[in-house]
Structures are given as C-alpha cells and as structure tokens.
Design a protein around this ligand. Structure first.
Ligand code: P6P
Length: 335
C-alpha cells in the first residue's frame, strides 16, 4: 500500500513560490499570484489529457495554426484554458501563445498588467492520440519600462531570454510533473490527484554534467549541418544511446534528470530549426542553465539571442555542459 503523503511533508507549489518570493524582498506577491494562475490552468488541462479518449478530444479541429500545423482539439482547449486562467489575474498585460498569430494585450481597469506570459499550451500535441507524453511550456517577462504607451506590444515581447523572470513546464506523463525556476534553481512538483495539488518532490534539481545519451530525429540526418553529422558518428562510436520521444517537454525532462544532449538542428524542411525561440527554446534554456546545463543554437547562447519576431524559430542544442560543448567542438571544426 503506497503511503499517502503525510500532511507534514507537503509543500505545494503555491507555498514554494511564496517562500521563493520571500527571498526577494522587492517581491509583492504579484508574481506568486501570476504563477498560481499557470498552475491552475495546467491542472485543468491535465484533467482533459488524462481522459482524452473518452472526452472526445482526440484528433484535429481541421484548422491550421499560425505555424502551419494541424490544430488538435486539445490544443484549443489548452490555449483557451490558459488565456482564461491568466486573462483575469489583473497583473498580466500581454499573453503570447504558439496558437495565436499576434500577442494578446489585456486591458484591465488599472492598466497595471506588468507581466508578459509566453506559452506553448500543449507541446507535442501530435502525440496525443497515441498516448505519448506531452506538455505545457511557459515563460514570464516583465514589461519593459522604456516603451511609450502608444507603442505596440512587440517591444515588450521581443526580449532576450536572459530577461525571463520565470520559466517552466508541466509534463503530462506517467505522472504529471511541474518544473519551474525563478532564477534560484529548478524545483519539481508532482500533481497529487488525491488532493489536486502540485506537491514538491525535488528542490534545486541539477543536470548531470555529462551523459551518454543523444536525442535527435535522425530521419533528418542527411540535411543536418556536417558538424552535427560528424558528432552523431562520434557518439555512436562512443556507444551513446539514442532516446527520442518527439515531444520536447518529455525529451528535455529526461535530459534534465539523466544528462545527455537534445538537438534540433537546422534541416532542409526547417532551415532555422523547428523549435520556437520565445516559448520553447528560451524557457528550456533558462531551466537548463539554472540546473547547471547549457543551451545554444549551435553557435551562440540561446538566452542571449535577441528575437526579431514572435514566432521566430531557432536551432537548439541543450543538455549537459560537457555534451553541449562536445557538439560545439564538432560544429566549430567546420559546419
Ligand atoms: P519532429 C512537437 O511537434 C515539437 O514541436 C516538439 O515538441 C518536438 O521536440 C518536435 O516538434 C519534434 O519534431 O520533426 O522530430 O517530429
């Protein structure tokens, strides 16, 4: 009989965020309120994901999103859920979603929406119908203070990843796990369905500085840069394992915990890489670095990239320090 979590051992994510905030005397609790909106949304999404087959939410809507991808029913539910949970928090001024063409500016009476929340509502959604782990990814910025009120939202949105105040993901897998950072380490929580709360199970998660696992879709090998192809040959010679789920959140979660390296290089089909900078690569790069890992686009640090447009894509090499450095060596030796 699995022992139930004893009340004395429960730290919920809400408590943890407040404790984290206490460590920042300038914090007003506004931030905790924002993050609790995100966790609420992911609990609602999880309730659909867990019963997708009987809730008639399998399959596509027949529409295409701004990315040119087939929209899954659960994509829409996840997107609407996050907008609903965050739209009325009062302190969020702009929402950016993978599913939306443009930033959504939230007008609230006091106009004090100081935060920008960027998210991929349901990453890996093509895997829903075959019960493979999928996830929600989020990133939080503060509005810039050098933008005139009359200017559009773009300047607030197009900030480098170094400016993130928080980032995280929820992976809907064999259990539902939330990982987040506010710049003071990476902390992980498991959703306890008995009490409907995310409960802390690991603080200050650190990524192993090496790991003999590479994660890439080798079907596209022929169109990878030469340096990547040489790296793959080297890794095979070193008896590395290949693990690739095809769901960024799941592949990253494994890399964060076990070490290794995940790569989505430029390909013929996606010459700038497939993953989006603002709400996929940046949040994962923030988490990776906070856990002692690294993240580049094959040339430069992901977090230093200055975005040019909202749905900008980027190549991504992310994981253990030594493994990312190894890939860089092969890339620097001649692309
Ligand atoms: P491919 C899912 O569609 C996604 O955006 C990421 O979650 C995942 O890492 C990647 O695409 C998989 O892409 O081309 O290997 O199917």
């Amino acid at each position: 009989m699995t022992p139930r979590a004893h009340p004395r051992n429960i730290t919920t994510v809400a408590q943890h965020i407040i404790e984290q905030q206490r460590a920042h005397p300038t914090a007003t609790g506004q931030f905790s309120w924002l993050l609790s909106g995100i966790t609420l949304a992911t609990k609602i999404i999880e309730s659909y994901v867990r019963r997708a087959g009987i809730a008639n939410v399998f399959g596509g809507t027949g529409d295409e999103n701004v990315q040119g991808e087939q929209v899954q029913k659960l994509d829409v539910i996840a997107n609407e859920t996050i907008k609903r949970c965050l739209g009325y928090r009062g302190n969020i001024g702009i929402l950016v979603s993978e599913e939306e063409d443009e930033p959504r500016v939230i007008q609230n009476l006091k106009g004090d929406g100081r935060y920008v929340v960027l998210f991929d509502p349901l990453d890996g959604s093509s895997n829903i119908d075959v019960n493979v782990s999928i996830g929600t990814i989020f990133s939080v910025l503060a509005k810039r203070d050098d933008v005139w009120p009359g200017e559009g939202p773009e300047k607030h949105v197009l900030q480098p990843g170094l400016k993130q105040l928080a980032a995280g993901y929820v992976v809907y897998g064999s259990s539902t796990v939330l990982a987040y950072t506010t710049g003071d380490g990476v902390h992980m929580f498991t959703l306890n369905p008995d009490i409907g709360a995310f409960v802390l199970h690991q603080e200050r998660v650190t990524m192993p500085d090496k790991g003999k696992t590479y994660s890439v879709n080798e079907a596209y090998r022929a169109s990878f840069p030469d340096g990547v192809q040489r790296y793959l040959d080297w890794a095979k010679g070193e008896n590395y394992s290949l693990r690739y789920i095809g769901s960024l959140v799941a592949d990253f979660h494994r890399t964060l915990l076990r070490g290794g390296v995940f790569l989505y290089p430029p390909t013929k089909k996606s010459p700038q890489g497939k993953l989006r900078l603002l709400y996929e690569a940046n949040p994962m790069a923030f988490l990776a670095e906070q856990a002692g890992g690294a993240a580049t686009d094959g040339r430069s640090r992901v977090l230093e990239k200055v975005p040019r447009e909202m749905h900008e894509r980027t190549p991504l090499v992310i994981g253990s320090q030594q493994e990312v450095a190894r890939v860089q060596e092969f890339l620097s030796a001649g692309s």
